[in-house]
Design a protein around this ligand. Structure first.
Ligand code: CA2
Length: 142
């Protein structure tokens, strides 16, 4: 089982600012935590973070026929990107949408998720442990 973990814009800033919303773990801490959790359950992980929409689309496309599941936090592109929605649909790889915070409990503009329609599940508001829940959801499908 191979899982690609994709993070969108500004998530490379984890642990650096806004700890009250996103916690104190750094992006490197997060990747290490997910990699260890997945490895203990027999899954291999790969990580990608970008601040650029097209690069995220390229990464989703690169999963086609190569990985068994995607954990995707599109960050702000959640609320704007039809391109990411189309990419997730196009590759046909089971994808779980993850948000560290609960976007539905924040500003109104965060209530829309374009990518959600192409995802098998959404985990939100559980902090960075939500990524681990997403791994579990993908493992349960195999
Ligand atoms: O809660 C989430 O995971 C979000 O996807 C995070 C996005 C936000 O636009 C979504 O509405 C919800 C923002 C990511 C920004 O990450 C930062 C991390 C540390 C410091 C500043 C920003």
């Amino acid at each position: 089982m191979k899982i690609m973990v994709i993070n969108g814009p500004n998530l490379n800033m984890l642990g650096v600012r806004e700890p009250e919303i996103y916690g104190r773990e750094t992006y490197a801490d997060l990747c290490e935590k997910i990699a260890r959790y997945a490895a203990e359950r027999g899954a291999e992980t790969e990580f990608y973070q970008s601040n650029h929409e097209g690069d995220l689309v390229d990464c989703v496309q690169s999963c086609h026929g190569r990985v068994d599941g995607i954990v995707l936090n599109p960050a702000a592109y959640t609320h704007t990107s039809v391109a990411l929605l189309d990419a997730v649909r196009a590759v046909g790889v089971p994808t779980v949408e993850v948000h560290i915070s609960d976007p539905d409990a924040r500003e109104d503009f965060r209530r829309v998720s374009y990518v959600r329609a192409a995802c098998v599940a959404t985990v939100k508001g559980h902090g960075t442990n939500g990524y681990l829940e997403a791994v579990d959801l993908l493992l349960k499908r195999t």
